[in-house]
Design a binder for this molecule. Structure first.
Ligand SMILES: CC(C)(COP(=O)(O)OP(=O)(O)OC[C@H]1O[C@@H](n2cnc3c(N)ncnc32)[C@H](O)[C@@H]1OP(=O)(O)O)[C@@H](O)C(=O)NCCC(=O)NCCS
Length: 294
């Protein structure tokens, strides 16, 4: 008989071929999310996808018609509390994108997802249980007797929203953080950097010619925020206590076990990802447009 910890793990393992989910698993077949590809699901073990969409590209009426029914009663209540149509639409876009992305890889119906937040607000999958983040007993990990194959990794995601862009990062490789910012937003660079950047980052920023500073400010910002969001601790980890450094190729260096990457997905936006990648080759991150939601 399998030891208790192993049966827990096996119970939590997503099926290798999500397309073959049978009705008896209790998981509804995916609707409204396009064809499933098992190759995409497999690819998430060693890569991440970031799906992005502009709320402005989506018709509020058709989004509501198609996606409002995916939300839980609590999410609907939260949406109703926003004061303007625009904020309600942005909120629905984020929730719809998240559910659509998770469903696209798994075959789960978009309205079946339930989420739980950690004490700092980071959401994770609560149901269907097959896709919950695994909690491996520490003794098993620490002993090294039975290293777990990486197929046991579950589904990790993180969301970001800023003016003109909503993003959802998804991977099976490990915890992930995503942040995007609208660089056209006016900002008092020196005042803000002095509060949240490390001394080395502030120095680096002030050594740049004035016309480069705004972009580099936002690049630091999204990288630091993506890292904090990957950790899941938000601002309870002081952002001035760690420093982003740069490799020779202009990309950010890893921070401990966290692989960082920087993107310019639109002329107006910068974005960053942080993915837990203690060992192994660099993790490819693919940006994909979710205009299909329109
Ligand atoms: C909440 C926080 C995690 C991100 O806030 P943000 O950059 O304003 O928001 P984003 O749009 O990028 O991300 C928000 C989403 O991240 C997720 N999230 C919330 N708390 C999170 C946490 N602790 N960890 C990871 N993700 C979190 C949620 O899905 C949230 O969206 P929702 O509220 O619609 O569900 C937090 O880091 C914060 O308050 N930051 C303030 C900005 C700041 O001072 N940053 C300093 C960087 S140098």
């Amino acid at each position: 008989m399998a030891p208790l910890w192993l049966s827990r793990v096996l119970y939590a393992v997503p099926r290798k071929k999500p397309m073959k989910f049978a009705p008896e698993t209790g998981i509804a077949q995916m609707q409204d999310c396009g064809p499933l590809r098992t190759s995409d699901w497999d690819r998430l073990l060693t890569g991440a996808d970031v799906w992005h969409v502009s709320p402005d590209a989506l018709s509020p009426e058709s989004l509501e018609h198609r996606c409002l029914g995916w939300l839980t009663p609590q999410e609907r209540a939260r949406r109703d509390r926003f004061r303007t149509d625009r904020l309600r639409h942005n909120y629905l876009t984020t929730r719809a994108l998240c559910r659509w992305v998770l469903s696209r890889y798994t075959g789960v119906s978009p309205n079946q997802w339930q989420f739980v937040e950690n004490p700092y607000g980071k959401p994770a999958i609560a149901a269907p249980v097959e896709f919950q983040r695994l909690r491996i007993p520490a003794a098993v990990n620490a002993s090294g007797r039975m290293p777990l194959p990486h197929e046991f990794n579950s589904l990790y995601f993180n969301l970001t929203h800023t003016e003109g862009m909503v993003g959802c990062a998804v991977t099976r490789a490990g915890e992930v953080g995503l942040d995007a910012e609208d660089t056209s937003r006016p900002v008092d660079i020196e005042a803000v950097a002095g509060q949240v950047f490390s001394a080395a980052e502030c120095e680096c920023l002030s050594s740049l010619p004035a016309h480069c500073r705004t972009l580099r400010f936002y690049e630091y910002w999204v990288l630091k925020e993506a890292y904090l969001k990957a950790l899941g601790t938000g601002l309870s980890t002081p952002p001035d206590q760690f420093t982003i450094t740069w490799r020779d190729d202009g990309q950010p260096a890893s921070l401990g076990d966290w692989q960082l990457a920087l993107y310019h997905p639109t002329p107006r936006h910068v974005a960053a990802t942080a993915v837990c990648r203690p060992v192994g080759a660099p993790l490819p991150v693919t940006w994909r447009s979710a205009d299909v939601l329109a």
